[in-house]
Write a protein that binds this ligand. Structure first.
Ligand SMILES: Cc1ncc(COP(=O)(O)O)c(C=O)c1O
Length: 485
């Protein structure tokens, strides 16, 4: 029996061996352009001894089994096309074609793409805003219960936890409610591959009873872009169908470099996870504590972390009560003056991400920059203070306008459309998504009607110069795709 070796080491050893590659990839481990030979040497395909992702029985099966043990899942699959491939596969496997799926309205576009491909009927959970910031809370168990009571033919539920901004749902309670109906719960835990690895972090959704959980390893763990995992538990989702859809949505030439990166992250968790995560939590909480002196800027409260509502690592920096500064302004200040590149900016906040891989420098630089900006802002005279500031928030308005669905989304995206001036399109069904970025919450989904109220909401977002996608701007005029029928 050969000695067990991490996947990356296996690749390295093979790359340095005297086996000549009469096989793909075509670079044959030689540097003919700028990508260094060191990288090319580990980039192989499914050759002898290296197993097959779509029918894993050897080293890839072992690597996947090692991941499921870490997360407490019955079975785990490596994904090389991000959580996107996992979400497409999970939804496709969990429901029949034309099935009925309950989702949070602001979920990732891959959920909508799965619904389109599988002709699903969608019902939505609308989320409340986090007070003072303008991004969505996580979904509550009560919201899920109410929706399932209202619509008895729902066949699966998909929720997002943690959200992009780090809000965490009570997955255990939601799983119980969903399972009472005998249907599966899919948790898009793309932002939570790090959960459950030390005290202070919420438990992961696998442990909380979800049927399928999807992780972007690349988002919050030390791993390369595109790496992800799909975990499955129980029998509510047919595993053969799931594997079939993974084969359909994933490449037949999965990158071993990416798979080695997943395996590397899993080995890191096993070997050093507890220690690194405890350290990460302590440093992060100390930084939050020191930022508590800010007079103008707001960060999500430490009580939200101890109360299990907010994840560690997603530093949401809010503009507080100041009308004259925006999330984009904060983002630009941090980038231009301090060379701190944040993850994103929204109307009233920007988001900086911290992970186990951050050194003390990351905390010090952010803390100093924010304290300095805050001091400057609080010293300014005549700055406009507008009370809670909640009415200025971007994202989902607290007063939610339920859209009127004229055509089911999955059919509407394929219907003939034409361009119409935005103002003249009121009363028409739209042919394209209108999304507010980030984080990409759909204001209108194809097939929904642009009402006067939604039109006014869109005008408000445009006045605030928020990033609305799905509109066409030409010579100072906004246009939108409307359905011809
Ligand atoms: C909530 C959520 N789910 C899924 C995804 C897709 O993840 P990936 O980029 O790994 O495909 C994203 C990406 O940003 C996301 O924010």
């Amino acid at each position: 029996m050969t000695e067990w070796m991490p996947l990356y080491k296996e690749l390295e050893q093979y790359g340095n061996s005297d086996y000549y590659p009469y096989h793909m990839p075509g670079h044959k481990r030689r540097q003919l352009g700028d990508v260094p030979e060191r990288i090319l040497k580990t980039d192989i395909t499914e050759i002898d001894g290296f197993d097959n992702l779509h029918q894993a029985e050897g080293i890839l099966r072992e690597a996947q089994d090692s991941a499921n043990m870490l997360y407490g899942a019955e079975e785990t699959f490596y994904l090389v096309n991000g959580s996107t491939a996992g979400i497409l596969s999970a939804i496709s496997a969990a429901l029949p074609e034309s099935g009925h799926l309950l989702i949070t309205r602001g979920c990732h576009k891959s959920v909508y793409h799965a619904a389109y491909l599988r002709k699903l009927k969608l019902s939505y959970l609308y989320l409340k805003n986090v007070k003072g910031f303008g991004f969505s809370e996580a979904v509550t168990a009560e919201q899920v219960q109410e929706a399932l009571r209202r619509e008895s033919d729902i066949e699966a539920v998909l929720i997002v936890s943690p959200t992009y901004e780090g809000r965490i749902a009570d997955v255990k309670k939601i799983a119980e409610i969903v399972h009472e109906k005998g249907i599966p719960l899919i948790v898009d835990e793309a932002h939570g591959a790090h959960l459950g690895f030390a005290e202070g972090f919420a438990p992961g959704a696998c442990m909380a009873g979800a049927d399928i959980v999807i992780h972007s390893v690349h988002k919050t763990l030390p791993a390369m872009t595109q790496t992800a995992l799909l975990h499955v538990n129980g029998t509510r989702v047919d595993r053969d169908r799931l594997k079939r859809f993974l084969r359909i949505y994933q490449t037949s030439s999965p990158s071993y470099v990416l798979m080695a990166s997943i395996s590397d992250a899993m080995e890191f968790l096993k070997r050093d996870g507890k220690r690194y995560f405890a350290d990460f939590r302590d440093r992060y909480l100390r930084m939050l504590d020191r930022l508590g002196v800010c007079k103008v800027l707001q960060v999500v409260a430490a009580e939200d972390i101890s109360g299990g509502r907010q994840d560690i690592g997603k530093l949401v920096i809010g503009a507080g009560n100041r009308r004259d500064i925006s999330g984009q302004w904060l983002y630009d200040q941090l980038r231009e003056r301090y060379h701190l590149q944040c993850e994103m900016a929204a109307g009233r906040y920007c988001l900086a991400m911290f992970t186990v891989a951050d050194s003390s420098e990351a905390y010090e630089r952010m803390e100093q920059a924010l304290l300095c900006i805050d001091e400057e802002l609080s010293a300014e005279s005549g700055a406009e203070n507008v009370g809670s500031g909640d009415h200025l928030m971007s994202g989902i308005p607290d007063k939610i306008t339920l859209p009127e669905v004229r055509y089911p989304f999955s059919a509407a995206w394929d219907l003939p459309w034409k361009r119409e001036r935005l103002g003249d399109a009121v009363g028409c069904a739209v042919g394209e998504f209108v999304n507010l970025y980030p984080p990409g919450v759909p204001i209108l989904v194809p097939g929904e009607v642009l009402t006067q109220e939604i039109y006014e909401q869109i005008l408000e977002y445009l006045t605030q110069k928020l990033n609305l996608q799905g509109l066409i701007q030409e010579e100072g005029e906004y246009y939108i795709r409307i359905l011809r029928q």
